[in-house]
Every structure is written in structure tokens, then in C-alpha cells.
Design a protein around this ligand. Structure first.
Ligand code: PEP
Length: 249
């Protein structure tokens, strides 16, 4: 199966004009290629990119989601609002969001439930600071994030979860985790998912400085289903090469 690409624009770009241009580049780069691309822009550009995506194969996701359909939750954006725009995915528990909003694993769990109830597919992010070699993988922290984040989650027949393993030290630093760590952690994640009965319905992604260079080595990891990409998703010359590499494998 070709690896899937999830582009996280983070808090970029800063105008509708730039967002339009950037999304046009994604359309151009992926046109007539067999590649699964999901673009996750800031909330304010979702109406724009959802509209632009209509005649393409590109899917759209949000970078966060609330826990309820509606109500007195100033600043929050709910699942039904995202579905109404045409979104199909939502990033949940990104390490930056966890830090900025002081999210607990229980908060992440509530968001995943709401996401699934809204018929959106969660891109559930896990990861922490220290695991630079296979010997210092923090199994306890990973296990807590998975077990608490996915506690009591039940999936309908047509639902799946994407779980993105993103070592925090690798995000936006230009440093990528070694394939050996990613394989080791992926095996561990699958064991944890098995305990929850979710192993066959969860696809695993890697994120952390994936670019047009690092992707070549990372493509060799059979255990993962795709990549969550931040910085390189803002640079057309980089993401067009990534799309080319992924679609030709
Ligand atoms: C991310 O934002 O999830 C990410 C992995 O960023 P980057 O590719 O820039 O490391």
C-alpha cells in the first residue's frame, strides 16, 4: 500500500492569498498521481481549502476539535461544524497543542470520542521528548498516552484511527528518528492497541522532520502507513518531491 501523507500547516500561512497559493501547489503536485494527501490548515482557512478541494482527491482535516457539538465553549470548534465544511479528519493531541492548551490524556480521549461520534477520522498524536535511541524508549509514557487516550473507544465497522508517533525532539528540528526506533516503537504501539482491541483498525504514522531527503530512508519502514508532515508541507519544492517519491513506491 502506498504511504499516506498528512500535511499539518500548523499556524501558517498568514493570509487567504497565501493559503490559496499553497493549496494550489498541493493540487498541482498531486494531480494524476495515486497518492492519498490530507491537508490540515488553520481553522480560518478550512472553508477556503474545503471549497478548493472539491474537484480533487485531496482530503481536509482540522488541527484540533472540541468535545461537544455546541454550547458555551467560547473559541472551540465542534465536529458537526467541521463536517459541515467538508472536513474528514482531525488532528488530536499534537504535542504542540498538548503543551499550549495543557491537555491531559483524558482531554485527548474526550476529543477522540467526539471526533468519532461526528464521523470524522482522528489523527491521534503521541510522543515525548527523550526517545533518541532504542534503549531509552519510554514505554510507560507511551503506554499511558495510548491506553488513556483510547480508553473505552469503540469503532463502527467503517471507522479507523490514524495514530501518529511523533518524538517531540524530532518535530521541526531537522532531526529524524532512526528507522530502528520507529520500528521498535511501532511494534510496542501495536501490542498496546491489541490490549484495547484496536490493533486491526488503527494505522500508524510517523512524524518528525520528514522532508524530501529523510523520506527516502523512512519509506523503507513497512510497519508504518504514512507520515505526518509539518515544515516541509509549507514548501512546494519539498512536498512535491515527497509526493513524487511516495506515489512511485
Ligand atoms: C508536525 O507538525 O506534526 C511535524 C511533524 O512537524 P515537522 O514535520 O516540521 O517536524
Amino acid at each position: 500500500m502506498p504511504k499516506k501523507l498528512f500535511f499539518n500547516w500548523k499556524m501558517n500561512p498568514t493570509s487567504s492569498f497565501q493559503a490559496t497559493n499553497l493549496f494550489e501547489e498541493v493540487i498541482k503536485s498531486s494531480k494524476s498521481l495515486s497518492v492519498h494527501v490530507v491537508v490540515c490548515p488553520p481553522f480560518v482557512y478550512l472553508p477556503l481549502v474545503c471549497e478548493m478541494s472539491k474537484k480533487t482527491n485531496i482530503k481536509i482535516g482540522s488541527q484540533d476539535i472540541s468535545t461537544q457539538d455546541s454550547g458555551s465553549l467560547t473559541s472551540e470548534i465542534s465536529g458537526p461544524m467541521l463536517v459541515d465544511l467538508g472536513c474528514q479528519y482531525s488532528i488530536i493531541g499534537h504535542s504542540e497543542t498538548r503543551e499550549i492548551n495543557h491537555l491531559t490524556n483524558q482531554d485527548v480521549n474526550k476529543k477522540i470520542r467526539h471526533c468519532l461520534q461526528s464521523k470524522l477520522t482522528p489523527i491521534f498524536c503521541i510522543g515525548y521528548q527523550e526517545d533518541k535511541t532504542t534503549t531509552d524508549i519510554n514505554h510507560t509514557e507511551l503506554s499511558e498516552q495510548i491506553q488513556q487516550g483510547l480508553q473505552d473507544i469503540r469503532l463502527e465497522d467503517d471507522q479507523i484511527i490514524y495514530l501518529a508517533y511523533e518524538p517531540v525532539w524530532a518535530i521541526g528540528t531537522g532531526k529524524t528518528a532512526d528507522n530502528s526506533i520507529i520500528v521498535e516503537v511501532t511494534k510496542f504501539i501495536l501490542q498496546e492497541l491489541k490490549m484495547l482491541g484496536l490493533n486491526s483498525k488503527t494505522k500508524i504514522l510517523y512524524g518528525g522532520s520528514v522532508d524530501d531527503q529523510s523520506v527516502v530512508e523512512l519509506m523503507k519502514i513497512e510497519e508504518i502507513d504514512g507520515f505526518l508532515i509539518g515544515g516541509a508541507s509549507l514548501k512546494p519544492e519539498k512536498f512535491s518531491r515527497i509526493i513524487g517519491i511516495v506515489s512511485s513506491n
